[in-house]
Design a protein around this ligand. Structure first.
Ligand code: AHR
Length: 502
């Protein structure tokens, strides 16, 4: 058995967690919308066609914000196609995913869904094939109470109150040559700056996310961030990052090291933001929106064979296994460790498309990755403590990576202290000791593990092979928490302050 230690000090904090780091993403892609969150006629849907089974799983994960409507899809989207009488809405080709978009579901259906899901919208504007004028129009339609052409048009569509959407993305992955309306850094910087300025002139209360790099390996990484921020610094509030990982070479230890790569990507992007701040002599900080992150590779080969111009095909339907759940849990720890600068993050995506939730026509079920995601979202609120982990390491293509990945969150409002930990060792347990002498009135409240013998085990509609179970070997003695974490496991241990008055 390996041994590790964790050291915290209640005064050495990183930052309060912005709940929006537990966001997710619904794109008009594959069966995310049609057959995922919306399916009139399904026995799992309500009378308006919203899937109540997926809603339950989403509410259970307490997802604070959902990005919409894309993704690559948004870069040729005409939001006007998706509002007004359904029978008049046009069917369009979606060149991004080679499908047909019926527009049966659009902006107002999505906003109604956000209310049912207890979440908020993070809306993207099309800065691929369109520009500032359409972005401004969309803000008028959504956020102006009434008395103008587009706000009254919204009212005529049955939505009397403004949607009041506060968080907006200035396009999607415009640095990528695959993007419809792809632009150079300077071309994007100008259009984002002017679109953002117009949008804020209509509604100054909104926050804006500018596109950063589509992944850390982009040849323009660094130059892109510098150019975009140098031009649009005053108008934008966040810079985006996207990254997906895969285990194509079936090397699990190396695959699990990807959270360290994500950590590095975040640190470099923070440095780029701060360099522009220094250059501009600005007092404003640009924070990060990691608005697409996940494991994505299982479905890629199969997707290459899909026929074109069909509606809602089975696309990007990765079936996740235990090792994917471990990496997702570890990436959430990485996001938490950067809570001082990462204020928004979206697990991409939410239903059916590279998603924690899958459906067939009548049922919905949780994939393996759902559990670390939902449990971290529910239990990972409060203040992140600077968590020093002393653990053995192993060699990977990214350098030495610790077997134990961990972070501690202190929630003073609810008097709880929560440890999230992943043991990446594939054979040995890890006995973890946490010095909690500053938390003498606390007792163990809940101990959960997600683990298993088979790294490739997956969940199906009929069988939840991977699900949370009680973590048994945990004790608190003389101010030290001791826990034996199984090999290949994601874990959460919650402590609660004892109310001495009882
Ligand atoms: O989430 C799937 C796709 O990945 C998104 O549409 C795009 O933004 C990214 O490349």
């Amino acid at each position: 058995m390996r041994k590790s230690t964790i050291h915290i000090d209640r005064h050495f904090t990183v930052s309060e967690v912005d709940p929006r780091i537990y966001g997710s993403f619904i794109e008009h892609l594959g069966r995310a919308v049609y057959g995922g969150i919306y399916q009139p006629g399904s026995k799992a849907s309500d009378e308006e066609g919203y899937r109540t089974d997926t809603l339950e799983l989403i509410k259970n994960a307490e997802v604070p914000v959902v990005r919409y409507p894309g993704g690559n899809f948004v870069s040729d989207y005409h939001w006007e196609d998706g509002v007004g009488p359904v029978e008049k809405r046009p069917r369009r080709v979606d060149p991004a995913w080679h499908t047909i978009e019926t527009n049966a579901f659009g902006l107002n259906e999505f906003m109604k869904w956000t209310k049912l899901a207890d979440t908020k919208a993070m809306m993207s504007v099309n800065l691929g094939t369109r520009g500032p004028e359409e972005a401004k129009d969309l803000i008028e339609y959504c956020n102006v109470p009434g008395g103008t052409y587009l706000s009254d048009l919204r009212k005529s569509h049955g939505v009397s109150e403004p949607h009041d959407i506060k968080l907006w993305c200035l396009g999607n992955e415009i640095d990528g040559p695959w993007q419809m309306g792809h632009k150079t850094a300077y071309e994007y910087a100008r259009v984002a700056s002017e679109a953002g300025r117009l949008m804020k002139m209509v509604d100054p209360s909104i926050e804006l996310v500018a596109c950063g790099s589509s992944n850390s390996g982009m040849p323009t990484f660094g130059y892109w961030e510098d150019t975009v921020l140098s031009e649009a610094y005053d108008v934008v509030d966040y810079l985006s990052l996207h990254q997906y990982y895969g285990n194509e070479s079936d090397d699990t230890p190396d695959f699990l090291a990807n959270s360290a790569r994500m950590d590095d990507f975040i640190s470099r992007t923070v440095a780029l933001c701060d360099a522009v701040q220094a250059k501009l002599k600005s007092n404003k900080k640009i924070n990060l929106s990691f608005d697409e992150w996940n494991v994505w590779y299982h479905s890629k080969e199969q997707d290459e064979k899909l026929p074109w111009w069909v509606t809602a095909p089975h696309q990007l339907e990765d079936i996740y296994n235990l090792e994917d759940a471990l990496l997702v849990g570890s990436m959430l720890i990485t996001l938490l460790r950067h809570a001082d600068r990462v204020k928004i993050a979206c697990l991409a995506q939410l239903v059916n498309v590279i998603a924690p939730i899958m459906t067939d026509d009548d049922t919905a079920w949780a994939q393996t990755i759902y559990y670390p995601y939902a449990l971290t979202s529910r239990m990972g609120r409060g203040t992140v403590l600077n968590t020093l982990v002393k653990s053995d390491s192993y060699e990977t293509s990214f350098g030495d990576v610790p077997y134990l990945d961990a972070v501690v969150i202190d929630d003073e409002e609810h008097d709880t202290l929560t440890l999230f930990a992943v043991n990446k060792d594939l054979t040995d347990c890890n006995e973890v000791s946490v010095d909690l002498r500053q938390y003498e009135d606390y007792q163990i409240k809940q101990c959960i593990t997600v683990t298993g013998d088979d790294l490739k085990a997956v969940n199906t509609a009929e069988n939840a092979a991977i699900k949370p179970v009680e973590l048994k070997d945990v004790s608190l003695c003389d101010g030290y928490l001791k826990a034996v974490l199984p090999s290949k496991s994601w874990n959460v241990i919650k402590l609660q302050k004892v109310d001495k008055r009882l």
